[in-house]
Design a protein around this ligand. Structure first.
Ligand code: ZN
Length: 303
């Protein structure tokens, strides 16, 4: 059976823009519930300056409170070498480095151009290699930018090639503000597969305009092995105006498992986790399967 790694980003992307601030203990409970549902890969926090993302100021405390990691991948998101040093000191051994595909978005995120950000990552990727740390390169606004509009896919693929040449183990195309459509996602993943053979490819999708799950389908059909999603569909982006949450993990798992694509995640337990999460945040979350129920048809999955 084909399989896809679902990376839950609720504890990072989900929480960083929610109005309700969850304390460290509640974040750790969220993570424990994800693990109990069989989620084997997730973003635990980000090591960015607390002035920019105050919700992630307790990244060290979250990492030090994690249960022993038997076969579980905990990602730390970072944007510079200071973040890398903090992540390492906190025991993180999987890091995601973010660069935005457009000048404006990257200036707003990191106060420098995409090219400058990439260059600053070179020594981090080198250090990670020596430290035995896995690195994913995340390319923000790969399918559209709230400030610059359409994004030239050639520009995105060029960044992907540079990241590959630096030595990252995985490349993630992020639809930061949900502007992508399936044909676009499909072409991007397929082109990256051709231009960077053997590279593990992923997508990070927001459902801002309702195309999130369709984009996930397109990505998987085109060969993506990793898809990000957020429990309940929580989240947004503090730097992207009007951004809404990621695709909901339960909706993604429902779709993939129904298609015969294995995720290793227990949907019923995930739904319970999503209900708990909704209560913790004090708001209704957009995830649809949690409202409707898993309601399997019982049909044998088509492999
Ligand atoms: Zn995001």
């Amino acid at each position: 059976m084909p399989s896809v790694t679902v990376v839950d980003v609720a504890a990072r992307d989900g929480l960083q823009n929610e109005k309700t601030h969850l304390d460290t203990q509640t974040k750790l409970e969220l993570i424990a519930r994800l693990e109990a549902a069989g989620v084997k890969s997730y973003e635990a926090s980000s090591f960015v300056h607390p002035r920019w993302v105050p919700r992630m100021a307790d990244a060290e405390a979250v990492f030090s409170g994690l249960p022993p990691s038997a076969g579980v991948t905990r990602w730390a998101l970072l944007v510079n070498d200071h973040g890398y040093a903090r992540a390492r000191a906190a025991g993180a051994d999987h890091v995601r480095l973010v660069v935005a595909a457009t000048e404006t978005m990257n200036q707003k995120n990191a106060n420098r151009s995409p090219a400058e950000t990439l260059e600053s990552y070179r020594p981090i990727v080198q250090a990670a290699k020596e430290d035995g740390v896995a690195v994913t390169g995340v390319i923000g606004v790969s399918f559209g930018c709230p400030f610059e509009g359409a994004v030239d896919p050639g520009r995105v693929l060029e960044l992907a090639e540079k990241l590959a040449e630096m030595g990252v183990g995985e490349i993630d195309f992020a639809d930061t503000v949900g502007m992508g459509v399936p044909s676009q996602v499909s072409r991007m993943v397929a082109s990256a597969g051709e231009r960077i053979p053997g590279m593990r490819l992923g997508v990070h999708l927001h459902n801002t305009r309702g195309t999130g799950l369709a984009n996930a389908f397109a990505a998987v059909e085109a060969g993506a092995e990793v898809v990000d999603a957020s429990l309940g569909g929580a989240g947004g982006c503090p730097f992207a105006p009007r951004a809404t949450g990621n695709i909901a993990t339960e909706d993604l798992v429902f779709m993939l498992e129904g298609m015969g694509v294995s995720t290793g995640i227990d949907l019923e337990r995930l739904i319970e986790a999503s209900m708990w999460f909704s209560k913790a945040l004090g708001r209704d979350l957009p995830g649809m399967v949690t409202k409707a129920g898993a309601c399997w048809t019982g049909a044998a999955p088509v492999a």
